[in-house]
Design a protein around this ligand. Structure first.
Ligand SMILES: [Zn+2]
Length: 287
């Protein structure tokens, strides 16, 4: 069932006792939170809503080994987050979850809404709350964007969710093409579809993963594009922009769900996937 409206924000209008209100005001003075943030924090804590934690199904090491079989559904991923990225069965396209709505970028260049029943082999999601918001100017390249984002993080050893919005003077993306299960990620992405756009308005959705966690998730920065007109999307390889709004939230909390399908259970996940991930997920020399 696809909802028509982004379900991630609702307005509350309710009466609370004066004592609760004054306690909330004291909390806001102490923490510097806005009213929205304070109410979200307090309700989230009381109701045990995961905040800032990253929910992930399967691992980067499994993708490298060609484990592209169903391990979850988009509906399950959406139970744990309103923001994230992933892929689909058979590595058939790139997934983007933004403001609670899930989209699939296809290798034919289309972008479509994805129903909750859709199975998926690998996803990473979170409920996104920015800790840091900043405008960055004159981004010259992917490497430049990565170094600007690194300046906003306090530790190389924590995970972070990252949202980037603006007009991309140039952006180069790829969309993985459907592959047979068991085809290595390097081989599967050697014939990926690539698209280049100029002056495209959109949002980048993704994560920073520390190098030590490279068997779990793609190390470094991993961002997927979705255009504002919801016509284009894919895995970002290169970028240039004059002005971008960057929002970031760091977290020390990862909720990892491992697949129980035969492909995962029997895959050799003890090799270092760093070189294969760099080749499969980064810009290709010819690109
Ligand atoms: Zn990707």
């Amino acid at each position: 069932m696809i909802q028509d409206e982004a379900p991630n924000l609702v307005s509350l209008d309710c009466k609370v006792p004066a004592g609760v209100w004054s306690a909330l005001r004291l909390r806001m003075e102490r923490t510097g939170e806005t009213l929205d943030q304070a109410v979200t924090s307090c309700l989230g804590e009381a109701l045990d809503v995961e905040r800032h934690s990253i929910f992930q199904v399967s691992t980067s090491g499994a993708l490298v080994q060609g484990v592209y079989q169903a391990a979850t559904t988009i509906g399950d991923v959406r139970q744990h987050g309103d923001f994230g990225l992933g892929t689909f069965v058979g590595l058939d396209g790139e997934g983007i979850l933004l403001d609670g709505l899930c989209y699939r970028a296809g290798s034919d260049g289309t972008l479509t809404r994805v129903p909750d029943s859709t199975p998926a082999p690998f996803w990473v999601a979170t409920r996104f709350y920015a800790d840091v918001e900043q405008h960055i100017l004159n981004v010259e390249s992917w490497e430049d964007l990565c170094s600007r984002l690194s300046a906003l993080r306090s530790s190389e050893n924590l995970l972070a969710a990252i949202r980037v919005e603006g007009v991309f003077d140039f952006i180069h993306i790829r969309v993985a093409c459907k592959a047979e299960a068991g085809t290595s990620l390097v081989d599967a992405t050697s014939h990926q579809a690539e698209f280049r756009f100029e002056n495209l308005t959109g949002t980048l959705v993704g994560f920073f993963t520390p190098a030590y966690a490279r068997t779990i998730n793609v190390p470094g920065y991993h961002l997927h594009l979705i255009s504002a007109d919801r016509l284009h999307g894919g895995h970002v390889l290169e970028i240039r922009a004059k002005s971008l709004k960057v929002s970031l939230h760091a977290t020390n909390d990862l909720h990892l769900v491992l697949p129980e399908n035969a492909a995962f259970l029997h895959a050799d996940l003890n090799t270092d996937p760093a070189a294969a991930l760099a080749q499969a997920e980064g810009a290709h020399p010819h690109g």
